[in-house]
Design a protein around this ligand. Structure first.
Ligand code: ADP
Ligand code: MG
Length: 281
């Protein structure tokens, strides 16, 4: 079994009126099966309302499935006695860094998590240092988080999760509120966690450019997994992505349009470098 496994997971939001009568049901996750290996970089794509956040919240027991089962490192998320182990194994990073930072000083903020779980003081400082270095924020350790840019704040919140020594980090649109520079910094930090630290990464995004380094991509639509494959396999299916209301990277789209005009190019070109090589320029 992988680090994260879901079997036939369904989640329904139930709306009730003042008297408690059911007014309506939204099936936000609909029969999702995932099996994610330790060390993988997984991307989850999908337009707004496709169920990404609802699914993500199942991966560290913020939500429990209406039907089906979720296992985190073999622990069933319905098993309340494992709640803290589950949350420590799979950390979450959300969209808005302002809601995730609570410390007055960067290093203090990063130390909160380990302190809460009773890590000895000396080890807390080791963890804080290594986590801040991993996201390239060590030189800001004495700064006030309020004065940091969005990308820097988000890297501090990632360091906070990293300091818990999770096996897996789930990031729900961590770059959605950032400018292009901040997005790049954060994506670079996330790739480092995966490549250097070996942390399993589950990155939810709607920026196509952010997923080209993923080992595997899942595309969600109406709560279901509509496509799965490597980035190249996914980006080879331009029409299908358009039908799922997703954009493809500009360079992939350009190559696709040229192909349609009869220019011989391989499917699923992901980078400008590949494009230039394919054209023998
Ligand atoms: P995504 O993250 O892909 O935008 P969500 O998981 O947030 O998708 O939402 C999936 C569906 O569930 C949408 O139809 C959304 O309106 C609905 N939904 C999300 N959160 C709630 C909630 N707290 N109560 C009721 N419906 C919700
Ligand atoms: Mg969402």
């Amino acid at each position: 079994m992988g680090i994260i496994k879901t079997k036939n997971v369904v989640y329904e939001y139930i709306r009730r009126d003042e008297d408690g009568n059911v007014e309506g049901i939204t099936k936000a996750v609909d029969d999702v099966n995932l099996d994610i290996n330790q060390g993988d970089f997984i991307a989850i794509l999908g337009h707004n309302g496709s169920g990404k956040s609802t699914l993500a919240k199942h991966l560290n027991a913020i939500l429990n499935p209406t039907e089906g089962t979720v296992w985190v490192d073999g622990m069933d998320t319905n098993d309340e006695s494992q709640l803290w182990n589950i949350r420590q194994t799979a950390g979450m990073v959300f969209q808005n860094p302002d809601n995730q930072i609570i410390g007055q000083v960067v290093e203090e903020d990063v130390g909160f998590g380990p302190e809460n779980i009773g890590v000895p003081t000396k080890e807390i400082w080791e963890r804080v240092e290594e986590s801040l270095r991993a996201v390239g924020m060590y030189q800001f350790r004495k700064h006030s988080p309020n004065k940091l840019s969005g990308g820097q704040k988000q890297r501090v919140s990632i360091a906070g999760v990293l300091a818990m020594h999770p096996k897996c980090i789930v990031l729900d649109e961590p770059t959605a509120m950032l400018d292009p520079n901040g997005r790049k910094e954060v994506i670079r930090a996330i790739r480092g966690l995966n490549d250097v630290e070996g942390v399993t990464v589950i990155l939810i995004t709607h920026y196509m450019e952010e997923i080209i380094h993923a080992d595997k991509v899942f595309v969600m639509d109406q709560g279901k997994i509509a496509m799965e494959g490597t980035p190249r396999e996914i980006f080879s299916q331009v029409e299908k992505l358009k039908n799922l209301r997703l954009d493809v990277p500009q360079i992939t789209l350009l190559a696709y349009e040229l192909q349609k005009k009869g220019i011989l190019l391989p499917d699923g070109i992901l980078t400008i470098k590949e494009f230039i090589q394919a054209l023998h320029l």
